[in-house]
Design a protein around this ligand. Structure first.
Ligand SMILES: O=C(O)[C@@H](O)C(=O)CO
Ligand code: MG
Length: 253
């Protein structure tokens, strides 16, 4: 079985952020991720993770405005200087948290110029932080209309073109299902470049149970693949987080 992480931006939101770490550990998670951790001093987050015995798995590059705002701008022409300074800020956070991956968010732009901008920014970032694993993640157009990276084949193509050992795919099964209608087929095609996996049910982005994705079969496919990374629960719990964790495989006692 893979190791499971809790996305603390979405899970355990009944609790203040720093209390969510212990709750995640008590529930059986071994790691955590936070989409945009920038409002809390990294030393406090790091202390909470260490105290709970959890790995800090992933965070995102800062968007211009997280409070309901757009997701990043790495593919937006004209914002390259801002991308670089914000990437350095993300890197400082990631290093303080010992985060395993930084997800570089593309933002909202279309066309050749956007693609070239994203490629240039990704190449720069992979050279800037050769010691850090960087990911890109296709997001579905229902939740994120106009987001540049909405296609897994495009992500694979960009990763191939950047050709850096520290850039890989963030495979979110929820987005894969929403974009293509067959998350398993996307996994089979792109598992080889996956660095990080996220899960949620379709439709609704709730618990990964009983929806259009057969998660027991997906977990079995992960086991049979060469994927050795984390699987993160990134969903909106239908009720109290702890009430909906029946899907989480527990290590044998
Ligand atoms: O799937 C998602 O929405 C996230 O993984 C993300 O990073 C976008 O904010
Ligand atoms: Mg995701």
């Amino acid at each position: 079985m893979p190791r499971f992480a809790a996305n603390l931006t979405m899970l355990f939101t009944e609790l203040p952020m720093l209390d969510r770490f212990a709750a995640a550990a008590d529930a059986g998670f071994e790691g955590v991720e936070i989409l945009f951790p920038y409002d809390i001093p990294p030393r406090d987050l790091s202390r909470a993770a260490i105290a709970a015995g959890l790995d800090f798995v992933l965070m995102n590059t800062p968007p211009p405005n997280w409070a309901g705002g757009p997701r990043g701008f790495a593919a937006e022409p004209g914002l390259e200087d801002r991308f670089r300074s914000d990437f350095d800020r993300a890197l400082r956070f990631a290093e303080a948290l010992r985060a395993r991956h930084i997800h570089i968010m593309a933002g909202y732009a279309q066309g050749e110029e956007a693609r070239d901008t994203f490629l240039r920014n990704l190449s720069w970032a992979t050279g800037r932080a050769p010691h850090v694993s960087l990911t890109i993640e296709p997001l579905n157009p229902v939740d994120q209309p106009g987001y540049f990276l909405g296609d897994f084949d495009l992500a694979a193509d960009l990763i191939e073109q950047v050709d850096a050992p520290n850039l890989g795919l963030q495979f979110d099964a929820y987005h894969a299902q929403m974009i293509t209608g067959d998350a398993m087929a996307v996994w089979r095609k792109h598992a080889g470049i996956a660095r990080h996996v996220q899960i949620a049910g379709v439709p609704g982005r709730h618990e990964p149970t009983g929806g259009m994705i057969d998660y027991p079969a997906f977990f079995a496919a992960l086991d049979q693949s060469a994927y050795k990374g984390w699987v993160s629960a990134e969903y909106n719990p239908a009720g109290l987080t702890t009430k909906g964790l029946g899907w989480l495989p527990r290590p044998p006692a």
